[in-house]
Design a protein around this ligand. Structure first.
Ligand code: 8YV
Length: 304
């Protein structure tokens, strides 16, 4: 490995990761880019900190980007490819916990976990009318928009609940018994619960729209653990407000950390601050992989 390569850190990262980076690299922050631009050969970032092509243009020595998270929609992939800059993310290590968030949200919203907690905590149990009944997941059809690594685990988890699985994707998957839909609206129409695990980017921008919610219907629930950008968020709010769909569980939003205030008072919505991969175990594995991707890059270059 080169003598302490210079790495640009795009924003605060996990303290353990920052300490590990600092022990191996000269780590600088965005405020020092101008004076260090010529020697920055790597970037450590996360899905929270987008990298622009303008920044890439300012870094002539850049050779590697290592990002915390599986999503790549915040990275200038084409510009990086054109310059031969290696781009790494953290696939594989976060799939299980991210998939579990879909189950947590589905149960929370259909079994009214949050509103029932408030019912108890506010002293209403035994004093007010009994809370409304929940909705069973057993035997229901779960439509998964995006049957990738995470979506496939979501499917397995719902199978354990006795659910029937259908999915939407660009193409039918081989060796897969789940019902395929090449169209999101027909998937929504066939589903009791629609789970979106789609990546962000131009191809999926706003594809979950009012027509999809109409197709999901007044007994249907929507769960999003993919990206907020895949959603027409005002259309979702409208669908929740007027009963076009029954409820939603959301871990991701269009303009994080901004969440439309209209959702705060909806009893048929459960909100999370983008927590699907946020367990100590998974985040530690993600941090290890961010470091490993950088170290491997520099070690391999040194060996050439
Ligand atoms: C974030 C995610 O990385 O992996 C992804 O694509 O969206 C998350 O795991 C995490 O929230 C850190 O920003």
């Amino acid at each position: 490995m080169d003598m302490r390569p210079t790495i640009l850190k795009m924003g605060p990262l996990m303290p353990e990761l920052e300490a590990a980076l600092t022990s191996r690299f000269d780590v600088i922050g965005l405020s020092d880019v101008t004076e260090s631009a010529a020697r920055i050969s790597g970037i450590a970032t996360s899905t929270r900190y987008p990298i622009t092509t303008d920044l890439l243009d300012r870094l002539p020595a850049l050779r590697v980007i290592s990002s915390f998270g599986v999503g790549m929609d915040h990275l200038p992939l084409e510009a990086a490819k054109a310059r031969g800059i290696a781009v790494h993310n953290t696939p594989g290590v976060l799939d299980d916990d991210t998939a579990s968030m879909a189950l947590a949200l589905a149960l929370a919203v259909t079994r009214r976990i949050v509103s029932n907690h408030l019912y108890v905590a506010c002293g209403e149990w035994g004093r007010a009318a009994a809370p409304p009944l929940g909705v069973s997941l057993s035997g229901k059809t779960v439509g998964i928009a995006g049957l990738g690594a995470i979506g496939s685990i979501v499917a397995k988890r719902f199978c354990a609940f006795g659910c029937h699985i259908a999915y939407f994707g660009r193409r039918r998957r081989h060796n897969c018994d789940y019902d395929f839909h090449g169209n999101l609206e027909t998937l929504a129409a066939a589903s009791d619960l629609l789970v979106a695990t789609l990546p962000g980017g131009p191809q999926t921008q706003g594809i979950i729209d009012a027509a999809v919610f109409r197709a999901l219907g007044s007994q249907g629930y929507f769960i999003n653990i993919g990206r907020g950008s895949t959603l027409d968020q005002p259309a979702l709010i409208e669908a929740l407000r007027n009963g076009t769909i029954a409820g939603a569980g959301l871990d991701v939003f269009q303009d994080e950390p901004e969440v439309p205030k209209a959702m705060f008072t909806m009893s048929n919505v459960v909100l999370q601050p983008h927590q699907a991969s946020a367990t100590a175990e998974t985040r530690a594995r993600m941090a290890d992989l961010v470091l490993e991707n950088l170290v491997r890059h520099y070690t391999e270059r040194a060996a050439c």
